[in-house]
Design a protein around this ligand. Structure first.
Ligand SMILES: Nc1ncnc2c1ncn2[C@@H]1O[C@H](COP(=O)(O)OP(=O)(O)O)[C@@H](O)[C@H]1O
Ligand SMILES: [Mg+2]
Length: 287
């Protein structure tokens, strides 16, 4: 085990308390205003904070599935067409038409993951969001994007994975038929921890996917999976375990995945934020 403890960067004090309660590794909570002492420590932190930490020149071994992993998942686990590439490539190819468009590994309020009528509509939207940033130019064209066919997910689950094994899972969202028509969205926090929906079907599906991916998966990550009204399962996306919301997933399994996701020695999976965001991130002040 390369880590003696886990540092949780968050204003939500309960996250560190919860993870500490698992009793598997000492946990320290920090607010993240500056660079904490990270000797011997693994991290659980927001992606934008990790980008700022990288900007300080800190050497961390954060891994992620990468911006185009989803397109390598076999079609039987996706149930829709998925394309991954840069914004520039998306502009040069034939328009995909209506679909679900997003930045591959970044959540940004100016470009939320959402449905667009066409590739053109999405690329225009991204340019409108970022072109005004000083010197943005080719960095905008280099943004990694994901386009996928439209799905109708009814239940969504987060599955934590360490070394190819699902170690914890939790439902995070459900769309239920409302009594007056339309859908009612219920999120994980509506449930008490000991009464939340059983994630075992989702875990079994995620395990099938992890088995199929063999060596083509990072040492630790989260796999979001969903099922539609007919109960058909598919992969929604992969996320970095070190920055993934935990929901009601059992803490010890979460920690296994979070630690695995930053284990040194997996250079082929090192997380690499898009240059547009890394180059404009502010380095954190020294602690
Ligand atoms: N192909 C799709 N079609 C329709 N809805 C989708 C599709 N993919 C994801 N969603 C919905 O949009 C939400 C956000 O998409 P996601 O890929 O998880 O992006 P983010 O990076 O913002 O988490 C998902 O939780 C799911 O409800
Ligand atoms: Mg998501």
């Amino acid at each position: 085990m390369p880590f003696t403890h886990l540092t949780v960067v968050s204003t939500a004090a309960w996250i560190a308390r919860d993870l500490a309660a698992a009793g598997t590794i000492p946990v320290r909570a920090v607010l993240g205003f500056d660079v904490p002492n990270l000797t011997g420590s693994a991290l659980w932190c927001p992606g934008p904070w990790a980008t700022r930490l990288m900007k300080t020149g800190a050497s961390r071994s954060f891994t992620s599935a990468g911006p185009d992993w989803l397109a390598r998942v076999p079609g039987r686990y996706l149930r829709r067409k998925v394309w991954c590439g840069t914004l520039g490539e998306l502009e040069r190819r034939e328009d995909f038409g209506p679909g679900f468009y997003k930045l591959s590994e970044h959540k940004h309020s100016l470009v939320p993951a959402e449905v667009h009528a066409s590739s053109h509509d999405f690329t225009e939207h991204v340019h409108a969001a970022f072109d005004a940033w000083p010197g943005a130019g080719s960095d905008v064209l280099d943004l990694n994007c994901t386009v996928s066919g439209l799905m109708d997910y009814r239940h969504e689950y987060r599955c934590f994975i360490a070394h190819g094994a699902v170690t914890a899972a939790s439902q995070y969202l459900s769309r239920l038929p409302g009594i007056h028509g339309g859908d009612v969205t219920v999120t994980w926090d509506a449930y008490q921890e000991d009464r939340c929906p059983d994630p075992s079907e989702a875990s079994a599906f995620a395990q099938e996917v992890a088995n199929a991916m063999e060596s083509d998966q990072p040492p630790g990550y989260t796999l979001d999976v969903g099922c539609d009204a007919e109960g058909r399962w598919s992969v929604i996306e992969a996320n970095a375990a070190w920055s993934s919301g935990i929901y009601h997933a059992p803490r010890s399994g979460v920690i296994e995945s979070v630690l695995a996701s930053q284990e040194p020695g997996h250079d082929e999976w090192l997380w690499s934020p898009d240059h547009l965001f890394l180059s404009r991130a502010w380095a954190l002040p020294a602690g």
